[in-house]
Ligand binder design. Structure first.
Ligand code: NAD
Length: 368
């Protein structure tokens, strides 16, 4: 792999090595036009350093688009720790990671992602203020799945408006894949609004919670297994488990009219966006819809204010409607329209502020 050409779109890539704690991490800063880079820190036992590098570069670029779309004062970045989250975590490792983050002097903010938890970053917080998303006891904004789920609901409403001519949630059937932190909240809200569901999850307890609520409300929940979730006669597919669910194998199975969910990277490839369009399925670009959690952690730059987070999350409805309109007017896919919208937003800021500045530091100071 030609690392330098791979890195060419990025502003900076930092390889972090700490012999004493065994920390091996990579921090990628993709673009700071809109503010310091923000992105979670993933921990995974990558087979090779190239695998870790490829992942962090791809994810940090994605964060630039996600931050631009959500209109938060951050740019795109991401970090990966090479290691097994079940075996290799120690407080010292996260403190060492925190020291590397601190050395970037406010250019990069991070927090939990796959394989890491808010508690891990309580250790990093001892070394740097540039940590977001820890629990409220430690000065963070707490569970981000609440605004994420709300954003998904706004995304479904905007989509229903375009597909069915009304943004009501009632009277429709939704097929939800994954009833975890986000999916369960989306499911319960949809049931409360008068919808019926198909659901699937590997965890039976998660399914039972949703069934219980459905019984209380007199709604219908059908449980399906594995691939069956792609084949239902639901109106909308709501992926809330894992990425790459729209691919060559699944695309012919869908009978829904729209796809709106929280999972990251739902399309295996951008061409699957075109294939969905050709099938007449409206696709809500994932990074627009699932930005509620990002909006919440980005808000930590200011005094905490849950109402402001909820109001900003509401903006997902209008942003998505505008993207749908743009895609139709310009005869492009919704993903192309979303990407172009973000690129234009970044370009606009560049032309007004084409010199590099360090942005604000958080007002809170919660070193332990
Ligand atoms: P979670 O881990 O709490 O929930 C995921 C659920 O999916 C679990 O209940 C799990 O059992 C289920 N699942 C896993 N494999 C499955 C399979 N093969 N079939 C059916 N179910 C399966 O995660 P979450 O926080 O709810 O996030 C869900 C998705 O949304 C993830 O892709 C995540 O990256 C994305 N996302 C989450 C947030 C957030 O704020 N939590 C923000 C943005 C994006």
């Amino acid at each position: 792999m030609d690392i330098f050409s791979l890195m060419s779109e990025h502003e900076q890539v930092i390889f972090c090595n700490d012999e004493k704690t065994g920390l091996k991490a990579i921090i990628a800063i993709h673009n700071t036009t809109l503010g310091p880079a923000l992105g979670g820190c993933r921990m995974q036992p990558y087979k090779t350093v190239d695998d870790a590098l490829f992942d962090v570069l791809r994810l940090s670029k994605g964060m630039t688009y996600k931050c631009a779309a959500a209109d938060v004062d951050f740019g795109g970045g991401k970090a990966v720790i090479i290691g097994d989250p079940q075996k290799d975590k120690t407080p010292e490792l996260f403190r060492a990671f925190g020291q590397f983050v601190e050395s970037l002097n406010g250019r990069f903010y991070t927090g939990t992602d796959m394989g890491t938890t808010p508690d891990d970053f309580v250790h990093a917080l001892k070394e740097t203020n540039c940590i977001v998303g820890v629990s409220e006891e430690y000065g963070g904004s707490g569970d981000s799945s609440v605004p994420t789920a709300l954003g998904v609901i706004y995304g479904i409403q905007a989509t229903n408006q375009v597909v069915f001519g009304s943004d009501g949630l009632a009277g429709k059937t939704y097929a939800i894949q994954g009833l975890g932190k986000v999916g369960s909240k989306v499911a319960i809200r949809l049931l409360e609004e008068g919808a019926d569901l198909y659901v699937c999850d590997l965890n039976d307890e998660a399914i039972q919670k949703v069934i219980l609520r459905a019984k209380e409300l007199g709604a219908t929940v059908k449980v399906v297994k594995g691939e069956e979730i792609y084949k239902t006669d639901a109106d909308v597919f709501v992926p809330c488990a894992f990425g790459n669910v729209v691919n060559d194998d699944t695309i012919d199975l869908f009978r829904v009219k729209a796809i709106v969910g929280s999972a990251n990277n739902q399309l295996l490839d951008i061409r699957h966006g075109k294939m969905l369009q050709n099938k007449g399925i409206l696709y809500a670009p994932d990074y627009i819809v699932n930005a509620g959690g990002l909006i919440q952690v980005a808000d930590e730059l200011y005094e905490p204010n849950k109402e402001r987070v909820l109001q900003k999350t509401k903006g997902i409805y209008t942003t998505l409607l505008n993207i749908y309109k743009e895609a139709e007017n310009e005869r492009m896919t919704t993903v192309e329209a979303a990407n172009r919208f973000c690129e234009q937003r970044i370009e606009l800021r560049k032309s007004r502020n084409n010199f590099f500045t360090h942005k604000k530091r958080p007002k809170w100071d919660i070193r332990l």
